[in-house]
Every structure is written in structure tokens, then in C-alpha cells.
Design a protein around this ligand. Structure first.
Ligand SMILES: Nc1nc2c(ncn2[C@@H]2O[C@H](COP(=O)(O)OP(=O)(O)OP(=O)(O)O)[C@@H](O)[C@H]2O)c(=O)[nH]1
Ligand SMILES: [Mg+2]
Length: 293
């Protein structure tokens, strides 16, 4: 695997969202899927008469993010007016799914995928990727709906994707020069750095920020990454995806981002998610070190 670090400055928001002409599709909701509801993961049906289907789809998982929906989407489209957004909601008790439907009714770039109940970040992303791959999007992004992923950073990352067709995955990185967290305690930064270091060493990857969820993937690399066998549930999903892209021969770059603390709502991170990351990374690492992938 080759990893390259790229520093890019964003040039400013795109202006009023009214200027946008959606590439294709109407404003209906994306629909409902079960908690484990993905099938062929983007099989060969790309764009075959399905709603949606633009160039870039930003997959945004939500669980109890009602107050974050509007500000996050407003910023997303101000900086990236050409993208579509797919909200993947796990039946949030606070009404995030219903609020997302109202926003989708007023903007043809917004789609909503409803799932039956809280089932983790990994399955939510897989359902979203499946939806977008089947509709033929060329670039699929992942972005949190909690204000920690800044729209201007995604803009800079998409500039890199446009300028460098050979790149398969751009990771928004807190751990390359120019990247940083804001409002984190020293303790939290230490845990995050230690986690990335451990995963990097165990997996033999050159990625500095292994757990960052702000990413842009080419559809081609997702199709080559064997998504149907993904089992990772919590934020180890991001580590697993970096591992799979590298194993598929993908070129990965890290672009510096600023990562502010969320303003509204609560983090869903817990000890179970950290524990899952530890045991999965250790398992993958031992298999790598002892020659069994
Ligand atoms: N659909 C779905 N979304 C989830 C689930 N868990 C978390 N999310 C969403 O995933 C994004 C990231 O979740 P956070 O709770 O901020 O977790 P995190 O960003 O890993 O942790 P922090 O660093 O504490 O913010 C947010 O948009 C959440 O609403 C889930 O089980 N299902
Ligand atoms: Mg967060």
C-alpha cells in the first residue's frame, strides 16, 4: 500500500444552496431496510432505474441527532452543493428519522434510509454504501452527523479526489501536520493516538488516523473490498475499512482536518466499542504476523 499525505486549503463555501441542480432522482425517501438489511452490497445494478444516483453520496449515520441535522446539512451543502446526502437512521427515539424526512421533502439532494433499531455504526454504513453503490455514485463519503466533521474539510478532501483520480480513499486526518482535535482532554487525545498507533503497528499500515470517520471512497475500491464479510460494528469499522482498501491495492491519502467536539447530543462511544476495537485489531494483527490473513 502507498500512503501519501496531502495538505490542501479549502477555497470557501459554494454560496446559496438554491443554485444546485440535482444530477438525478426525485425527493422520495430512500425507504426501509431491516437491521441487517443489505444484500449484494452494490452488486452490478449500478444506476439501473433507481432513485438517487449522482456523482457523490455522503452517507451520514444517525442515532438521536435531531438537533444536529439541520446545521450539519446546511454546512454540508454550503461547502459542497453538488453532493447528495443519505441519512441512515436507526429508529432514533428522539425523532431524528422523522425530522430527516421533513428536510428531505424540501431538498432533492437528501435521502433517508430507515433501519429497524440501533444496530451499530458498521451495519449502518454498510447499508448506506449498499444503497449508494446500487445507484451508481462514483464517490461515497462517510461523515458523522454530530458537528465533529466539518463541511469545509470534506470540501478539501473532495478537491483531492477530483485532482488525483488514482486515489482510492481519502481520510480526513487529525494526526497529520495541520490536523487537530478541539476541546478534547489530554486523556482522550492520548487514548485516540494510542489506538491508532496500536492498529497501525498490528496491521502494518501507514495510516496515522485509523479511526477517523470523515472519508471519501471511490466506488471501485468499495466494490473490491469484500464488504459482505465485514463484521466490525463500532468505530473499529473504520480501521477494518482502511485494512480492506489497502489489501485490495488501494491508494490511501490523509488530508488534515480539524475535529471539534460535538455541541448537541451525546456520544455513543462506550467501553464495549473500545473493547471490540482491541480484540478485533489484535486478531487481525496476529493473523497478519503469523501469515494467515
Ligand atoms: N445509524 C446509526 N448511527 C449511529 C450509531 N451509533 C452512532 N451513530 C452515529 O454515528 C455518528 C458518530 O457517533 P458518535 O456518537 O459521535 O461517536 P463517535 O464520533 O465515534 O464518538 P465521539 O468521538 O465521542 O463523538 C453520529 O452521527 C451518530 O449519531 C448506530 O448504532 N446507528
Ligand atoms: Mg462524534
Amino acid at each position: 500500500m502507498k500512503t501519501i499525505q496531502t495538505a490542501v486549503l479549502a477555497d470557501g463555501p459554494c454560496g446559496g444552496s438554491g443554485a444546485h441542480e440535482p444530477a438525478r432522482g426525485d425527493n422520495e425517501a430512500a425507504g426501509d431496510v431491516g437491521a441487517a438489511g443489505f444484500g449484494e452490497l452494490g452488486a452490478d445494478e449500478a444506476g439501473a432505474g433507481m432513485e438517487g444516483g449522482g456523482e457523490i453520496c455522503v452517507v451520514m449515520p444517525t442515532y438521536n441527532e435531531r438537533d444536529n441535522l439541520e446545521p450539519t446539512l446546511t454546512a454540508l451543502f454550503a461547502w459542497n452543493h453538488e453532493v447528495h446526502a443519505l441519512i441512515v437512521d436507526d429508529a432514533s427515539p428522539d425523532g431524528t428519522g422523522e425530522a430527516a424526512e421533513i428536510l428531505a421533502a424540501g431538498d432533492p439532494r437528501i435521502y433517508v434510509l430507515h433501519r429497524m433499531g440501533k444496530n451499530g455504526l458498521g451495519p449502518a454504513y454498510l447499508a448506506g454504501f449498499d444503497w449508494a453503490l446500487k445507484r451508481g455514485y462514483a464517490t461515497l463519503c462517510s461523515m458523522d452527523m454530530d458537528g465533529s466533521h466539518r463541511a469545509q474539510d470534506l470540501h478539501a478532501m473532495l478537491d483531492v479526489m477530483r485532482a488525483r483520480p488514482e486515489i482510492d480513499l481519502t481520510i480526513g486526518s487529525r494526526r497529520v501536520p495541520g490536523g487537530r482535535t478541539e476541546g478534547w482532554s489530554r486523556h482522550r487525545n492520548w487514548i485516540s493516538r494510542a489506538g491508532s498507533w496500536y492498529a497501525r503497528e498490528m496491521l502494518g499500515l501507514g495510516v496515522r488516523d485509523m479511526t477517523s470517520g470523515l472519508r471519501a471512497y471511490r466506488a471501485r475500491i468499495l466494490r473490491a473490498s469484500g464488504l459482505r464479510s465485514v463484521e466490525a460494528n463500532g468505530y473499529v469499522f473504520q480501521i477494518d475499512m482502511a485494512r480492506r482498501v489497502a489489501a485490495a491495492g488501494g491508494i490511501i491519502v490523509e488530508v488534515p482536518i480539524v475535529f471539534p467536539e460535538r455541541i448537541h447530543g451525546r456520544s455513543k462511544m462506550g467501553a464495549d466499542i473500545v473493547f471490540e476495537a482491541m480484540w478485533r485489531v489484535t486478531g487481525w494483527g496476529l493473523r497478519r504476523l503469523f501469515g494467515r490473513r
